[in-house]
Ligand binder design. Sequence first.
Ligand code: TPW
Ligand code: MG
Length: 566
Amino acid sequence: MNITEALLHALKERGAREVWGIPGDFALPYFKIIEQTGILPLVTLTHEPGLGFAADAAARIRRGLGVAAVTYGAGAINMLNAVAQAFAEKSPLVVLSGAPGTAERARGLLLHHQVKTVGSQFRMYQEVTCDQGILDDSATAPAIIGRVLRNCLEHSRPVYLEIPRDMPAMACGPVAPHAPTPCDEEAVAACAAEVLARLRAASRPVLMVGVEVRRYGLEDRVAELADRLGVPVVTSFMGRGLLAGKGCLQGTYMGVAGDADITHAVEGSDGLLLLGVIMSDTNFGVSASHIDRRRLMHAEDREVRMGFHTYHDIPLEKLVDALLAALPEGARACPTSEAPEAPAVPADMNGDDAPLGRNVVYRRGFVADDAPVTPDDIAVLLNDFYDGVAAGQDPFPWPLACDIGDCLFTALSVRPVPMVGPGYYASMGFGVPAGMGLQVTTGRRSLTLVGDGAFQMTGMELGNCARLGIDPVIVVFNNASWEMLRVFQPETSYSAINTLDFAAFADALGGRGHRAATRRELAAAFASATTERGRFQLIDVRLEKGAISGTLANFVAGVKRVSGVK
Ligand code: TPW
Ligand code: MG
């Protein structure tokens, strides 16, 4: 066995399904072994930002390792932003990078792709990963790989492994199987007991779930926990899509920008338990001052902060298990808040009332008339579509990828479905490669929502679909604008961008393009795009100037109010 084979077997054993890669000369030796051994399939794309986004999305949707393999310098540094996003949003992404060989480093010449020193890249990656290693010695390589991958899984954050180009074929031993870091069971039990006591003492307990619940594969167990506790459950903004379809779910908390009943329940709670919720401004910026931190219980990053004290080394999974063990099946441990009424949908809007959960309305009943399409219409169309597919046999149909822009806010009006989106770090360019990542890794056809500005950043990746045998459906919110920015600052004009013909672009890239300006055209294009197989489908939705989703309008108004930004 050589170093590359040991690495690939270790990745596979820990749940990686493929290696996303773009080679270069410092990476050619290890890429050759990846291809020749076939231990994991190699999926090549066009540009490193897209590569990082695709591998990140693959990791998120499957709750397993994503792997992005690149060359030194121009490749690895080109991917930094995507890895930074994976770090911020807690996606377990393994970065493999080639590097100059040991002998060539000693020659005293500056090597091509080098920034300041040979180690500059390593130091940059220290800032965006939770552990790093250099495989420059076959005696230490297996232990380094084992440690780095363990940290990747346990912290659910990216890691970095550098392979100098004279090392990939060096003989080495296997990597030991994954062994979780032990934790103190007594500390976990004490922590769980305190959580339960505080929840029982509260008169208005609420459970908020965040992305870690998905990252650690705890959705079913947390749904069971919610039932046994009998407390209302909401997701954070970033945790949107969690507990999709579970009866206990009330909706998504968005502070002043969101559903008033949910905001009231969360901010008025005297026993708020945050499970795996990132304390980001997108989750709490629209509220922070209203949440009583003394009454807060917050489990994140293997810690549980309880009012003014903290339990360390408490994996979320262990905490959830300990809480379940303390609550007999069928029990209702806490008082239940009153169920608020569902708000009525204004009569002039597209769609019927269709409450899901207790107080969240996802509008259904798309009307295919000649009115211009609005972003909220797209949500109604998707709700009808997902109702149809949910009635089928597949429990996990049509995973959804979203970029940042009004498409992400529109997606908040789509019933919860398995979804990935950059809800906190918010890098544009995520959507298209993420949708491709979803289809490659799950084998299911994916749907992507993306703005025209974001599409221009990574849309070229679609040119790889035919070779990869995938046929995702992409909906472009084409408003000839960086609209989200314009809403924040309507008095400036630089947010206007050109109107491009994305349907023609799709045809040129080997897919099929559709154009839709009216609801009738959108219904026809969507039906045709989701029915035809074998090539990717792109719907260029021509939005009218200034047409934005209701959620974006509320969000911007809320942020301006809270932050005082004019
Ligand atoms: C890599 C800043 C956030 S939202 C936005 C920008 C420029 C406009 C998005 O335009 P798009 O969508 O895609 O047409 P829409 O609905 O608003 O019209 N660079 C990066 N990421 C971010 N987030 C920005 C800039 C930004
Ligand atoms: Mg736009």
